[in-house]
Design a protein. Structure first.
Length: 180
């Protein structure tokens, strides 16, 4: 009588190996899906942050220009769309409160549309043009006298201006104006 307390069969059965492979595949697939989702979320957040930071920087410039506006704005139409023009004491070139003519407009170059800011000071024959945003799809302006009724064209009592633009497929709005 041969009583062996220990089995001499070493190794795994085919069924045990298949179960281990299936469980490993399920775990690896789950880990990959989580990793892929995290990468997508990170990319989406980076794109959103880029758009938001562009908005914040642009808002600061536009609102300072409009807050220092010393005359009523006007709209000029050209081949590339509307331009918003007004006189402001917010000069980026002189970094002072010198009255300058400000113009916001879209410019098309190399099949891309850029939101531009142009500052002109006639007495010193100075012109500063800044490219503010790239890939702007649309730019519209609306105006208010302070009662929050928005009009498509300005008049002599216009105090508040709203810029509506499409950037990277999303609609953005900047509102600013004088308080006087």
């Amino acid at each position: 009588m041969n009583l062996n307390l220990f089995s001499t069969n070493k190794g795994f059965t085919l069924l045990e190996i298949l179960i281990a492979i299936v469980l490993s595949a399920i775990i690896i697939t789950g880990v990959y899906n989580i990793y892929h989702t995290l990468l997508n979320v990170e990319t989406s957040l980076e794109e959103r942050e880029k758009g938001l930071m562009s908005y914040v920087k642009l808002t600061r410039i536009v609102q300072k220009d409009l807050r220092c506006m010393i005359d009523s704005p006007s709209i000029v139409n050209n081949t590339q769309g509307e331009s918003l023009i007004f006189t402001s004491t917010h000069s980026l070139y002189f970094n002072s409160s010198l009255p300058v003519l400000i113009r916001y407009f879209l410019e098309k170059k190399n099949n891309k549309r850029y939101l531009m800011r142009e500052e002109t000071e006639n007495n010193k024959n100075v012109k500063l043009t800044l490219r503010l945003l790239k890939d702007v799809d649309d730019l519209k302006f609306s105006f208010s006298q302070g009662q929050w009724e928005w009009l498509e064209s300005p008049n002599s009592k216009t105090k508040i201006v709203r810029l509506n633009y499409i950037y990277e497929g999303k609609a953005w709005i900047i509102t600013g104006g004088t308080l006087l």
